[in-house]
Design a protein around this ligand. Structure first.
Ligand code: AMP
Ligand code: MG
Length: 935
């Protein structure tokens, strides 16, 4: 009973850490002395030390009151956010309740001597040398150059007898340094200087720092340097003979790195205590290796630059850079897409190639029609690397057109007929396409340009004349436009070879054969359509095309999957979710290809039991359709898997150095899938397609994806979101900056910010925030303004007009403080409350699916942000709620709660509910917001 329970508790709660070594020594000495005194029968009292714990508390109180100290800490916290160590998925960890200790490592004598020499050279204690190494290791693990760690500081009073006071004086404080690059020596000096600066404020309790930080933790990993040993010290006490000791240390940190120097100062030990619920034993082993490597580098070459030294173990680097990238595989490198198709047409001329509605063309017929297109193009002097715009409905004709363009040696530029004229005109001008291949019914709607118009469904215009050189696999196959952050879309130019590599590799992964039927649902403007159209055709398989309007109508699409006998279908998560929500029950022999956007665990769990296999594909347009694939399993974390054939993945920091397994970096992609670059944009191309530092070949390049990613310990890759302002809405790639640029062109708009908001019920939607110059534009007008300039998927679902934007202290727009649109929606629309039970129920349903607080019964639900997915969701709920069976088209005709309530009131209750797949649905009228989904 050496202390009372209360004082102990007081200490613990105050500091989050238990007794320090001095206190333990003092406590034990005192116990021993008490005991000795009792034993000897001498009732002499022990003189209490002159200093007491109260003195220390007074020092702390003074620190609390000091304005300078408070300012120091607020300044340090101002823009810091909690940095976390990489989390490996739990399957790789053992877990457990108690903190664990990693391997205890005794550092090599030579290194210890070297580190001491570095300290002498820099004029700083050894502790600062070790702390500098620790900050470097943390910088590697956090993938950042601004590093905040916990640092154990001793606040024991310096007064006379201060060392005799029993109690806890340790304070673990945030220690923040910058590691922008430089020599080890500089880093050590800077670290020491930062320590010195902090020393004056070290008695400000951590709990107060948490308060300053809004109750949030500031670090999860800490550092301590112990330059004596508790036992050694006790051993030295007079009259004390310590035979055995048993003590424990514990804290609530995720990892805690301790360096211990023995009393003699010769033996330096390192160990890391960690929380096994969060960190895996293997991770700690690797971290220990980073320390050893870092300390070795410092000791050997203090003048070396620390940012150029990779603390990764050679084996770890080899695994990431080489082993996981060994993807070399054969494929017909020198052949073009259409040549592989022609080979199949020769092999199986009468096999069905493409089905479009009631029509099926066999291989020979499709080939013949494509030849006809090619002849007409060649007659117009269209040859290798020329660009031909193609603006047609999705149809078998479209396929003949694409193959014809390729056969002529040209590359196609997809132009969606639903895009605004202005955008089509830009694409024509930017690509300098000499010919537009279109249909008679669309020819009149195209923008006026110098390009020649060829109607695919008109008579032959010319005879074949012999073209120039034959196309080769290095020629372009297509140019696809994607959103550009500075306001204009950019064309990604892709070669035949890149496409063929992808088709062969993806085909092998999923085991695609001539026996397969693929249901194609994706719009041609999205590069993944290339896989849907060409994979079946180069494999001798069968392609069925879904009509545009079917792809945004869940029940009809479900029906088509069944009736087409599809064995493979590729779509974005949005389309798969649409199917699930429409009651699709699945198809036993269907392989699902999902990609273009993050696949959620919940959607994966819905899809797995509905199909034979589920694949998650990942890839930017710039690396040709897909670059990685993963066959989704039930229990493992969702990942994007491994690179496809002849593709390399690197996860790098800002200096292009590989980051540790589990740590976050930017995904870089190399290999045969890389696009030639951005059409007519050499500078942008050079910025995004950089030389590959890991290859000897000077021509080898890497594409900077702008995606955060990390390696899992088995080499799979996890995608962790965007570095920049790019978002995906229903699978479409959008640069928010492009929409903002358009909004700023509106005469009364002074400034605009577009954000993507996500909610459980309504998914991800765009919100446009505008500040007007003079007079407020009507919301309808704003929407029309954007709609006439951008594709419909880029039109914000909601607009909010603000008197001014909230700003950050340094004058930038503070996106986090923009109001949620639902807070303003009720104000700007004239709110009409529900007038009966039907309207009330319907309004509630729309509030739910649109994630709005209030929906006026007279509001156009599309103006409030509805799209085909939310409409489908709302419909499933309406029909369930009233026991009726309204067709989806009703919502596009009756666009208000009031209108739909009228329908619901008069609808006959459904008698026998049939399974969703066999339900007959009438055609969806394409109008306005329909056709919003990508696929
Ligand atoms: P796109 O050029 O339209 O193919 O868009 C490429 C971007 O979409 C990537 O850089 C990712 O941000 C995102 N993306 C594509 N597929 C996936 C996926 N399977 N998981 C997560 N993000 C994806
Ligand atoms: Mg892609």
């Amino acid at each position: 009973q050496w202390h009372d329970e209360q004082s102990f508790q007081f200490i613990v709660s105050f500091h989050h850490v238990c007794l320090d070594g001095w206190s333990l020594a003092a406590v034990l000495t005192e116990i021993f002395q008490d005991y000795a005194a009792l034993q000897s029968g001498k009732e002499q009292g022990i003189l209490p030390p002159r200093a007491t714990y109260r003195d220390f508390v007074a020092l702390e109180k003074r620190a609390l009151a000091e304005e300078q100290t408070r300012r120091y800490w607020s300044g340090l916290l101002a823009d810091a956010s909690l940095q976390t160590l990489p989390r490996w998925p739990r399957v790789f960890c053992t877990g457990g309740h108690e903190q664990k200790r990693g391997p205890e490592i005794i550092l090599d004598k030579k290194i210890v001597d070297g580190l001491k020499a570095v300290g002498r050279l820099a004029g700083v204690p050894l502790k600062s040398v070790l702390l500098a190494a620790h900050q470097r290791v943390m910088s590697l693990l956090y993938g950042q150059t601004d590093v905040t760690s916990g640092l154990l500081c001793n606040g024991r009073p310096e007064d006379v007898d201060g060392e005799k006071v029993i109690g806890l004086f340790l304070n673990t404080l945030p220690f923040r340094t910058q590691l922008p690059g430089g020599s080890w020596l500089e880093l050590v000096k800077q670290t020491f200087a930062a320590e010195q600066k902090m020393a004056a404020h070290r008695r400000f309790p951590l709990s107060e720092i948490h308060k300053l930080n809004g109750g949030r933790a500031v670090f999860e990993a800490a550092f301590d340097f112990v330059h004596f040993h508790v036992y050694n010290n006790l051993q030295g006490s007079e009259g004390l003979d310590l035979r055995e000791g048993c003590y424990f240390e514990a804290n609530d940190l995720t990892s805690f790195t301790t360096f211990m120097l023995d009393a003699g100062g010769a033996r330096l030990e390192l160990h890391i205590d960690y929380d096994p619920n969060v960190i895996c034993a293997r991770q700690i082993e690797e971290m220990s290796a980073y320390y050893i490597n870092t300390l070795g580098a410092m000791a050997l070459n203090p003048q070396g630059r620390y940012e150029e030294f990779s603390p990764l173990a050679e084996t770890e680097a080899e695994r990431m850079l080489v082993r996981w990238n060994q993807t070399a595989a054969d494929y017909p490198r020198s052949q073009c897409i259409h040549e592989l198709f022609e080979a199949k047409a020769k092999e199986t001329p009468s096999a069905p190639a493409v089905t479009d509605g009631e029509v099926t063309w066999r291989y020979a017929e499709l080939n013949e029609r494509a030849d006809r297109v090619a002849r007409r193009l060649t007659a117009l002097q269209i040859g290798p690397d020329a660009l031909v715009a193609i603006c047609v409905d999705r149809s078998a004709d479209m396929l003949a057109g694409l193959l014809g363009i390729l056969k002529a040696g040209a590359a196609y530029v997809p132009m969606d007929p639903a895009y605004p004229k202005e955008r089509l005109a830009f694409m024509l001008e930017d690509s300098k396409a000499g010919v537009i291949l279109t249909q008679r019914k669309l020819a009149g709607t195209l923008p006026k340009t110098n390009a020649r118009t060829v109607c695919i469904d008109a008579q032959d215009e010319g005879l074949a004349i012999s073209g120039g050189r034959a196309p080769c696999s290095q020629d372009l196959a297509y140019v696809i436009y994607t959103s550009g952050s500075t306001g204009k879309p950019k064309g990604v130019a892709v070669t035949h070879q890149a496409v063929v590599n992808l088709l062969v590799s993806a085909g092998e992964r999923i085991g695609f054969t001539a026996a397969d039927t693929l249901l194609g649902v994706t719009t041609l403007s999205f590069d993944i359509a290339g896989l849907e159209l060409f994979l079946p055709l180069i494999s001798g398989g069968h392609l069925t095309l879904a009509k545009q309007e079917t792809t945004s109508d869940g029940p009809r699409l479900a029906q088509l999957i069944e009736s087409s006998g599809a064995t493979v279908m590729q779509a974005t998560p949005t389309t798969w979710r649409l199917l699930v929500e429409s009651g699709w029950e699945g198809k036993e022999d269907l392989r699902i290809l999902c990609g273009g956007e993050a696949l959620s665990r919940s959607l994966a769990d819905e899809l797995l039991p509905r199909a034979a296999a589920l694949w998650n594909f990942y890839g930017p347009t710039e690396t040709t359709i897909w670059s990685t694939a993963w066959k989704v399993t039930k229990d493992e974390p969702i990942s994007i898997g491994h690179p496809l054939a002849n593709t390399q993945l690197y996860i790098l920091d800002g200096k292009l150095a590989p980051v540790p397994v589990g740590a976050t970096g930017e995904l870089h992609i190399g290999g045969d899938g890389l696009a030639r670059g951005y059409l007519g944009r050499p500078q942008l191309t050079a910025e995004k397609f950089i030389p590959n530092p890991f290859r000897k070949d000077p021509k080898a390049r890497l594409y900077k994806t702008g995606d955060w990613a990390r390696f899992l310990p088995d080499g799979r890759v996890e995608c962790l979101g965007r570095i920049d302002q790019q978002v995906k809405i229903r699978g479409f790639r959008i640069e928010l900056g492009e929409i903002e640029t358009v909004l700023r062109q509106h005469p009364v708009i002074a400034n605009a910010v577009v954000t993507a908001r996500e909610s459980e019920s309504s998914g991800k939607r765009l919100v446009g925030y505008v500040v007007s110059k003079n007079g407020a534009p009507s919301l309808l007008e704003l929407r029309e303004f954007v709609r006439s300039r951008l594709p419909v998927y880029m039109v914000p679902a909601q607009f909010v007009i603000l008197p001014e934007f909230p700003l950050t202290p340094n004058g930038k727009i503070d996106a986090r403080r923009l109001p949620a649109p639902e807070e303003t929606a009720a104000k700007v629309n004239n709110y009409v409350a529900p007038r009966d039970e039907h309207e009330r129920a319907l309004a509630e349903i729309f509030q739910e699916v649109l994630d709005l607080k209030k929906v006026s019964v007279e509001d156009d639900v599309f103006a409030l942000g509805a799209d085909s997915l939310s409409a489908t969701r709302a419909f499933a709920r309406i029909n369930r709620r009233f026991g009726i069976d309204l067709p989806l088209r009703a919502i596009f005709e009756q666009r208000t709660v009031a209108g739909l309530a009228n329908l619901a009131r008069t609808a006959k209750p459904e008698t026998a509910r049939r399974p969703a797949i066999t339900q007959r649905r009438s055609r969806v009228v394409t109008r306005g917001t329909v056709g919003l989904t990508s696929a």
